[in-house]
Design a protein around this ligand. Structure first.
Ligand code: PMP
Length: 453
């Protein structure tokens, strides 16, 4: 029996429920990581193309970041923000320098959910309104409040509070804009639902009209915030039509709402062409939320907003015991330096573009590769039964390919509303050789799948 099998049985007996969260039928227990590589308890090496859900930004146990963490761990772990420490100043200064005016006030949290909870609270305090618009296919967190924003039913529970209502039309969170006959289900470019003759829908006017319809019919005047991921992460690398976000921001602001960019997955250079995903849309949000890649896997999150919105707290304060603790700040600071020094954004652009081009070629070869999309190292490969129906590849078939790719030594992710999209979001230190290795493995998985049918 392998160490993986032994641990599987042991964990299954102790806590069978936790096994539910593992992605694999035959789980692997990871023991060690270095940059883009992971090793399991049996010593097998994997190329990690999912980075703990787009989180390990500069590389597992990156030596420089590890050294910064070690130094801080010897110096000071925690005081709460009652007693301020130099690392927080140094970090916040570096972070705001990366954002455009007037985004200059930072609140530090421990996760993306906390950051989005806080952004939602500030939007409501600032506008005096309550309603929030989010997108189909969105993921904004697992806290009861952010669960209400999250659209994917797989992550929602009906008892999570008014906001966490499992009904997509619960009273205070409006999904939209939604597709009409033309694109039945999604406000954003996607292959599955769109019946445009072109591969991908570019019908910006239609989507904008749908947003106007949401305002006209369901959110008369009480809009607090418009929440959007610049590229949907869990939703499967789904992108907006060109110019959509710019027009949508104008409509929201005209009605007194604030615009929030959830950069939890798209931030820190992951999209390659820009440091923040919103920059690809020619907009400046009123609030930016971030987490995941912010600290390379250490728990950390942030909201960056304007002084005006921040002042909505009035005399009240935002308190978070661990948020922005000295160790998180030292790690976050080192991550920012490392992104610069290692040129990870450039790697994202270069290797990401290469992967997108090569996967697009593979799409031409295999009937089950429906769409290849994304930007930089945020890539989605949408799998279908066939290109004519565009029906999603069933979960069992997805799992079969997933396991095959893992057995050949590559870890990828899954997502999409129907679980039909493979997600590729590696640590941003991968090389062209790694990309070639993955392409060969994925090609083999396609051959294996076809041959087994
Ligand atoms: N926003 C987005 C876009 C995310 O992808 C996630 C996590 N998948 C979150 C928010 C929530 O972050 P966390 O899990 O750190 O609470």
């Amino acid at each position: 029996m392998t160490a993986n099998q032994m641990l599987y049985i042991r964990q299954h007996n102790c806590n069978p429920m936790t096994m539910k969260v593992t992605s694999y039928k035959r789980p692997v227990f990871i023991q060690q990581g270095h940059m883009q590589w992971l090793w399991d308890v049996d010593g097998k090496r994997y190329l990690d193309l999912f980075a703990g859900v787009a989180t390990v930004s500069v590389g597992h146990c990156h030596p420089k970041v590890t050294a910064a963490a070690e130094k801080q761990l010897r110096q000071l772990w925690h005081t709460t923000n009652i007693y301020i420490y130099p690392t927080i100043h140094e970090y916040v200064k570096k972070l705001v320098a990366l954002l455009p005016e007037p985004l200059k006030v930072v609140y530090l949290t421990n996760s993306g959910s906390e950051a989005n909870d806080l952004a939602m609270l500030m939007a409501r305090l600032h506008t005096g309104n309550f309603d929030i618009i989010t997108f189909r296919g969105s993921y904004h967190g697992g806290s009861p409040q952010t669960m209400g924003l999250t659209s994917n039913m797989a992550y929602k529970y009906p008892v999570a509070s008014g906001l966490g209502c499992h009904n997509t039309m619960c009273p205070d969170v409006f999904r939209g804009p939604w597709g009409g006959d033309h694109c039945r289900d999604s406000p954003v470019q996607t292959y599955r639902q769109c019946s445009c003759p072109a591969d991908r829908c570019q019908a910006n006017d239609m989507y904008i009209n749908q947003l106007k319809e949401v305002f006209a019919t369901t959110v008369p005047s009480r809009i607090a915030a418009f929440f959007g991921e610049p590229i949907q992460g869990v939703g499967g690398a789904v992108q907006y039509p060109k110019d959509y976000l710019k027009e949508a921001y104008e409509l929201v602001r005209e009605r007194g709402g604030v615009c929030i960019a959830d950069e939890v997955q798209t931030g820190f250079g992951r999209t390659g062409s820009h440091y923040w995903g919103f920059q690809g849309h020619d907009v400046i949000p009123d609030m930016v939320t971030m987490a995941k890649g912010i600290a390379n896997g250490f728990p950390m999150g942030a909201v960056v907003t304007t002084p005006e919105i921040a002042s909505s707290f009035g005399k009240g304060v935002h308190f978070n015991t661990f948020g922005g603790n000295p160790v998180a700040c030292a790690i976050g600071s080192s991550v920012l330096d490392t992104i610069e020094e290692d040129g990870t954004q450039e790697i994202s652009a270069k290797v990401g573009t290469y992967l997108l081009e090569e996967l697009a070629k593979m799409r031409g070869k295999y009937e089950i590769i429906g769409d290849v999309r994304g930007k930089g190292l945020m890539i989605g490969v949408e799998m279908v039964k066939d290109k004519a129906s565009r029906d999603p590849l069933p979960p069992a078939d997805m799992a079969e390919i997933f396991e095959d790719v893992k057995d050949m030594g590559v870890l990828i992710g899954k997502g999409g509303v129907y679980g039909q999209t493979f997600r590729i979001k590696p640590p941003m230190c991968i090389t062209k050789e790694d990309a070639d290795y993955f392409l060969a493995v994925f090609n083999q998985a396609m051959i294996n799948y076809t041959e087994r049918r």
